[in-house]
Design a protein around this ligand. Structure first.
Ligand code: GLU
Ligand code: MG
Length: 437
């Protein structure tokens, strides 16, 4: 057989889908300059393929320029794995970032963080997903048996991560039926989101090679256990030193980190449409599901939207470098670039506004009345995608973080996604998302 390597140059778009175009690997050098042509209407392709309202129609052109540092080239004939792709930025023809390029949006957010504070972001995405093939049944929460029945997959995945430069951290059988969780080491800036995109593709690819199928859908069945994407983050100063830890401050949280978190909490209801952007995301974001239902900071509380993670006295890592914050109100229907950009912009906004560092809760907020919640400055987060989109639409400060056309196009995109679901009952909606993520 004669065959020649093909590289796919990709974006991870508004739908959280990795889309692109391929070319012979031999042309990579050339393509790093010329890129590949990209139709602006592609930004309105929803997760269900239906194209939402688009102002571009068949007109216009953008260019996707691959970033060679993100190349994934993984081939094993023995394991039946062949993956070759590179991520990139979508630019206007004059070379400026395109308003709808999610990766450029994240870069702009990180630049804002650096401009305002001199700090850089270190972050790590934690992924949960479920196998939809070969069910192993109940009784397997966190079990060795549950992991053992997918050991081949697990070990191939860890090997693949290592081979493409993602440092594996943990892999485990999570609580839900057929659910695994994978974590990796933190990375700086946009690289962390690149790694999240790459990890999802590796998981799909290796599952395929193991004759399995997986879904990252936020909630597979109504009333079930969710698949979250949690983002752990900390801040680094100019010399690379940890900037979140202050041994003398409340919760040992530095002032700048406290303001950053306060910004996230203040703007959370308005950015949720970006971090939890599917219809079923809101069935996951309900109390007592270990996700997030309120705009609170929690001290080691897995129901808080933002959690202060534990610091262990036994670790070989010094406390200041262990100390990190976890954002839990997001899922894999979001592009990692937009997910992280929303957090960073909200955080920097909090710093610019000089917000007071928040109190951390250690209780079940679902037990409080709405008056009690309001009295303490908490709100129940939006309970549906239309609700979340309305909050996003109302918040001019949040719009200001993006190019002028972004908010309107995003709303239209999501309306197109919801139009596809019209007439479906709850089970069908959950099945539709499980089949596309
Ligand atoms: N599965 C939960 C979620 O939907 C998270 C469980 C955990 O704390 O890891 O976010
Ligand atoms: Mg988990």
């Amino acid at each position: 057989m004669i065959s020649e390597a093909v590289v796919y140059a990709c974006t991870c778009d508004l739908a959280g889908k990795v889309r692109g175009k391929g070319f012979p690997a031999a042309d990579l050098e050339k393509r790093l300059k010329r890129g590949i042509g990209w139709a602006p209407t592609n930004t309105q392709i929803t997760c269900f393929d239906l194209i939402a309202d688009t102002p571009f129609g068949a007109l216009g052109d953008r260019v996707l320029i691959p970033d060679p540092g993100t190349r994934v080239s993984l081939r094993s004939e023995e394991q039946g794995i062949a993956e070759d792709f590179v991520l990139g930025d979508i630019l206007n023809l004059d070379g400026s970032p395109w308003a709808m390029c999610t990766r450029s949006i994240l870069k702009a957010a990180l630049e804002r963080l650096h401009r305002v504070t001199g700090l850089r972001l270190l972050s790590a995405f934690e992924h949960e997903f479920q196998f939809t093939s070969n069910p192993t049944g109940m009784g397997n929460a966190y079990t060795l048996q549950g992991l053992s029945s997918r050991r081949l997959f697990a070990e191939r995945l860890i090997g693949a991560m290592r081979a493409v430069g993602l440092a594996p951290d943990t892999i485990m059988k999570e609580y839900a039926p057929e659910q695994l969780e994978v974590t990796m080491d933190p990375a700086e800036g946009v690289t962390s989101a690149d790694h999240a995109v790459i990890l999802r593709q590796l998981i799909y690819s290796i599952a395929r090679a193991c004759d399995e199928t997986v879904t990252f859908t936020p909630l597979r069945v109504p009333g079930g256990v969710g698949n979250g994407v949690h983002i752990h983050f900390s801040l680094l100063d100019e010399s690379g030193g940890p900037a979140v830890f202050d041994p003398n401050a409340r919760y040992r949280l530095s002032e700048v980190a406290g303001q950053f978190i306060a910004g996230i909490l203040k703007y959370l209801d308005s950015v949720l449409a970006l971090t939890a952007p599917s219809v079923v995301s809101y069935a996951r974001l309900t109390p007592h599901r270990w996700s997030a239902a309120f705009n609170n900071l929690g001290l080691q509380d897995r129901e808080a939207a933002v959690r202060i993670c534990p610091v262990s006295a036994m670790s070989d890592i010094e406390p200041a470098r262990q100390y990190n914050i976890e954002f839990r109100a997001g899922d894999a229907s979001a592009s990692p670039y937009l997910h992280l950009a929303a957090i960073v912009h909200a955080g920097v906004q909090g710093i610019e506004e000089g917000l007071a560092p928040p109190e951390a809760t250690e209780e079940d907020l679902a037990l409080l009345s709405s008056e009690e919640l309001a009295g303490r400055g908490y709100i129940r987060l939006p309970t549906s995608l239309p609700d979340a989109l309305a909050r996003f639409a109302e918040n001019a400060t949040v719009h200001g973080w993006f190019a002028p056309e972004f908010a309107e196009l995003y709303r239209k995109h999501k309306e197109g996604e919801m139009r596809f679901l019209e007439g479906m009952d709850e089970d069908e909606v959950h099945r539709a998302y499980a089949s596309v993520y």
